[in-house]
Design a protein around this ligand. Structure first.
Ligand code: KG4
Ligand code: ZN
Length: 344
């Protein structure tokens, strides 16, 4: 089955062609980072307009590079939510129109399900059941994953997501949007031990997280010092240590409480090198296995949506349904509620 994937939930337009026999054939991405940079965050209306501009050229590009034509497609998967309503509508509208024209099904995918299944695109693939840490700009969740659509929420952030904390702290330190990669680069020049920030909820006894206090701790510490270049790097270093420690401790606790031994880490913050090093160290001492998507598929992309669509459609007995004539998006959507059925 050949599936076109379309991702447009936030500030990346991602398209991909995935073949259930041959794997990922091609993916194409346009990031709007420079578009939103001067505002310090994503401007929804600008995001929607840019998705409209980019989506057709990217579609042509991804079809060319995958050696397929529209006529080869068996289905189209698009991000139905969660995300920015206007941005989601662009991908959903294109997916539904194409599917209608080609008389093939369009299937709406939960953005986090895409992230969660994305390690299946790597050569070293996890097997169900596993624990997944989803760490993105909008979410920080621990999930038990028993199969496609079988997701049980184990814990989540009670306030800011880890990526959001990276972005806000980076902004405070004067770094460009999105802050995660910039803060991480600055942290590499920081001296260990100059600052120590709290590890919020590390001993809470549950699998929930809290990151908003950490950002406040950074602001408070910075008020008391002269914030020169080295001090900024030292602060970034200590911040990254605190976030990585909390995430690693909670992941280990989730594996212990479920009795599972495979941990999947997905979402933009999963690209963080220090987090990966801390988790690798824990994996060695605690005896669990770690899985990531390929590095370029950690942040938003169409490949994870195409894959999730192919896996969902493969579960439907009697093959994919025919094209639906309507579509809707779900800007707010709880992953644990998606279930195992196709949602078009
Ligand atoms: O998954 P993603 O691309 O989009 C959402 O669904 O949110 O994640 C984006 C988030 C942003 O907050 C960004 O700052 C963060 O992931 N991020 C990182 C790194 N790369 C991206 N955070 C820390 N270290 C990184 N290397
Ligand atoms: Zn994402």
């Amino acid at each position: 089955m050949i599936v076109l994937g379309i991702e447009s939930s936030c500030d990346e337009t991602g398209l991909a062609v995935y073949d259930s026999d041959r794997g990922l054939l091609a993916h194409a991405l346009h990031s709007q980072i420079s578009l939103h940079d001067e505002y310090g965050g994503v401007v929804p209306e600008l995001a929607s307009r840019d998705h409209i501009r980019r989506i057709t050229p990217l579609l042509r590009d991804v079809l060319d590079r995958s050696g397929t034509t529209l006529g080869d497609l068996d289905a189209i998967a698009y991000t139905r939510g969660p995300g920015l309503a206007g941005a989601l509508l662009v991908g959903a509208g294109v997916a539904a129109s194409l599917a209608y024209g080609l008389d093939i099904p369009a299937i709406g995918i939960h953005h986090l399900e895409g992230h969660l299944l994305s390690p299946l695109l790597a050569p070293d693939r996890p097997a169900f059941p596993f624990v997944a840490l989803l760490v993105s700009g909008g979410h920080t969740q621990l999930m038990r994953v028993d199969g496609v659509g079988e997701y049980t929420l184990l814990g989540e952030t009670v306030d800011d997501a880890a990526g959001e904390a990276f972005d806000k702290t980076a902004k405070f330190l004067g770094l460009p949007y999105p802050g995660g990669p910039a803060l991480s680069a600055l942290a590499e020049r920081g001296h260990p031990g100059k600052f120590r920030f709290p590890r919020p909820m590390i001993a809470s006894g549950d699998l929930d997280f809290s990151f908003s206090g950490l950002k406040t701790a950074v602001v408070t510490a910075c008020r008391e010092i002269r914030l020169n270049e080295q001090a900024r790097a030292d602060v970034a270093h200590a911040f990254q240590e605190a976030v990585s420690d909390v995430l690693a401790v909670k992941c280990t606790a989730a594996l212990t409480s479920t009795g599972l031994t495979d941990l999947v880490v997905a979402g933009g913050v999963g690209a963080n090198r220090r987090l990966r090093a801390v988790l690798a160290q824990r994996a060695r001492t605690e005896g669990f296995r770690l899985f990531y998507p390929p590095l370029e598929l950690c942040t938003d992309n169409g490949a994870m949506i195409a894959l999730a669509g192919a896996l969902r459609l493969a579960r439907l007995s009697g093959g994919p349904a025919t094209a639906a004539r309507g579509f809707s998006v779900k800007p707010r959507w709880d992953l644990a509620s998606v279930g195992t059925m196709a949602d078009s």
